[in-house]
Design a protein around this ligand. Sequence first.
Ligand code: FPP
Length: 258
Amino acid sequence: MLKKFILGKRQKTTPTLRDKIEKINKLPVPEHVAIIMDGNGRWAKKRALPRIAGHHEGMKVVRNTTMLANDLGIKTLTLYAFSTENWKRPKNEVEYIMKLPEEFLGTFLPELIKNNVQVKMMGYKDQLPVHTLRAIEKAMEETKYNTGLILNFALNYGSRAEILDAVKQVLNDNKNGILKETELDEKVFSSYLMTANYTDPDLLIRTSGEIRLSNFMLWQLAYSELWFTDVLWPDFSEEHLLEAIEAFQNRQRRFGGI
Ligand code: FPP
């Protein structure tokens, strides 16, 4: 897989990038990487462009990040594309972001399919525009048998709402005799979350210099390694992803032990 990446798929792979990939490939890579893609607005502002230009540029970075994550053998890449709080943004910006999945998948779905990537989504589907949901569901359908990287878009996702909904379902199942109180443990509770089918993220990346979680995967990130960078999302390159993974590989994960 990696060999293919190094030898053929990207003409622009520089020797330095190739060296870094080879080095990283010698150690285990994180199974699940989650990213808070932040800084699109500031990227655009710095260039006197409208904020949506930053989101458009950010979309291209989604493609490059996905391809490299897939080549590195990362199993799941969860990207925070729109939060349940992002509806507070100006209408034109929200409408633009809601068109991005169509543009992204319209442009890159054939490449994702060719590279065995499986597209998934987590979040509250009901409030999404029909055109957005349709594009994502089409991509999910067309990639459902793919066995490479799972590209999981967190779209209209909010962690507190997710946890609260899980609690309500647990109470309901308990009331209906499906789940006994003594059976409820962390593993069972996790199965009520939108991430039921995934392992918890091993590595969380947040761009743009903000050091917070912004209601993202609060339960799932309990033992994740966190990596923050000042780089704005549209400037996030393959080198930056490799830097984050290298930092992860140098961390000692103790999960509360010694
Ligand atoms: C945060 O930056 C970014 C978002 C809320 C949108 C993220 C969306 C993309 C990167 C494109 C997604 C692509 C697909 C395919 C769904 P910000 O606007 O808060 O930046 P700022 O903090 O600098 O204002």
